[in-house]
Write a new protein. Structure first.
Length: 94
């Protein structure tokens, strides 16, 4: 009987790949602070956020669009950095 900790001879060996890229602290800090500022403005400065900018668009909508744009921009930078890191690591292996 085989020892329980030995792998079966026909079982492929598990190859541990590179760890997935994780968002940096700056990604979380920038987006977290933006969210907190928007939330505080929504709670404490309602009159400011309902100020009309153009037609039916008010300052709250502009702030929300700015926050969403910042989130998309930082996510795109994070994604690009992850792909560059993966390409660099695969180039080192060859």
């Amino acid at each position: 009987m085989a020892h329980p900790q030995q792998a079966h001879p026909h079982t492929p060996r598990y190859r541990q790949g590179p760890r997935p890229h994780r968002p940096s602290r700056s990604f979380a800090l920038v987006n977290g602070l933006t969210f907190v500022v928007h939330l505080l403005l929504a709670c404490a400065a309602e009159d400011l956020l309902v100020t009309r900018v153009a037609g039916q668009i008010n300052l709250g909508v502009v702030a929300l669009l700015a926050q969403g744009s910042l989130l998309l921009w930082t996510a795109a930078r994070y994604d690009r950095a992850a792909h560059e890191e993966a390409a660099y690591e695969s180039a080192e292996e060859h």
